[in-house]
Design a protein. Structure first.
Length: 335
């Protein structure tokens, strides 16, 4: 049995605790949080698990195989580094680290220690995104032309990060299912800050080597909650609405075709066909991800979101920060 330790029992940690406790092939050996009251609370719910306020207890246990880090971003790097140095596999919350330099160091360390390093980009494990990936792989969308994603609500304004790091990272995960982020060549971001120094409203634009363009609008200051992604292709178009309880994806047989026999490009031929609503299994993403992490440790699977993927995400978000400050397009090196 793979022995797991959960570090951080605040907002998201209890969800990991529950899912790993229900995952075959592993046991939750530790729960760890600086707040002793939280440890006491969960000890009553999970009497078979050891709860501690000392992270070193996990590092010093030779029988512990892996740690799941669900703490504030600023602590991801030191905790993950300590875990890897102690010989533990690591699954770390998004974003992987606060800087690209830190992400690089973790990737190199995991490789040197021959340990698994995965990043929790939750949307990569949702059935809806898996279906989008399948549609594109089957060629039903045709060549992807654009992605337009909106993630807005009246959210918690944070002092230590901006809205792009908090919300747009989810959209970047969805975009990665359409076109891998390692082919991004340009990043441009703009934003507005009304209540603090960090942008509460942000717009992020990406240009890919293939010619694909992707735009993300993220906001903590919207009176309504919208979680919608539009994906336009030459053969079809997809609308992904994550607020829908069941019919999250609609595939539209719509598009524009140019008549090459006519010299005037301003008279395109519009195509409008059927709308397909694919059936999507209602499986909790964290349950899928927990089982996947265990399989990766056992060597039965390759990471769906590796440390390299997490590093690329941090690189794009770091470039977005520079673009915000300098009000210019940032070039991204490929490879």
């Amino acid at each position: 049995m793979i022995q797991i330790g959960i570090v951080g029992l605040g907002y998201w940690g209890p969800n990991w605790l529950r899912n790993f406790a229900q995952t075959d092939g592993c046991e939750v050996r530790y729960g760890c949080d600086l707040d002793a009251a939280r440890c006491t609370k969960f000890q009553k719910q999970y009497p078979g698990i050891t709860f501690t306020t000392k992270f070193k207890d996990l590092l010093n246990d030779p029988e512990l195989d892996a740690v799941v880090i669900v703490t504030p971003t600023s602590s991801h790097f030191p905790l993950a580094k300590a875990a890897l140095l102690a010989g533990k596999h690591v699954l770390v919350e998004k974003p992987m680290t606060a800087t690209l330099k830190e992400a690089n160091e973790l990737v190199k360390l995991a490789k040197r220690k021959k340990l698994q390093l995965l990043v929790d980009h939750t949307f990569a494990y949702t059935e809806a995104v898996a279906k989008i990936r399948e549609i594109i792989k089957d060629g039903k969308l045709g060549e992807p032309l654009y992605i337009d994603s909106t993630r807005i609500n009246l959210g918690l304004i944070q002092k230590d990060t901006n809205v792009l790091w908090d919300l747009a990272i989810h959209d970047l995960t969805i975009i990665d299912a359409v076109q891998k982020l390692d082919s991004v060549v340009e990043v441009f971001a703009c934003g507005s800050a009304f209540y603090g120094k960090q942008s509460e409203i942000g717009h992020l634009h990406l240009k890919f080597a293939s010619g694909l363009h992707a735009h993300v609008h993220a906001s903590w200051l919207s009176p309504v909650k919208i979680r919608q992604t539009l994906i336009g292709g030459k053969k079809a178009m997809i609308v992904y609405n994550d607020t829908e309880p069941s019919e999250k994806i609609r595939v539209y047989d719509k598009g524009i075709e140019h008549d090459t026999t006519k010299p005037d490009p301003f008279f395109p031929k519009y195509r409008s066909g059927d709308v397909l609503i694919p059936a999507i299994a209602l499986t909790e993403a964290l349950a899928t991800e927990a089982a996947h992490f265990v399989d990766c440790i056992r060597g039965k699977a390759k990471p769906r979101v590796s440390g390299e993927d997490g590093k690329r995400m941090v690189e794009i978000l770091e470039a977005a920060d520079k673009s915000l400050k300098q009000n210019r397009i940032l070039k991204i090196k490929q490879g």
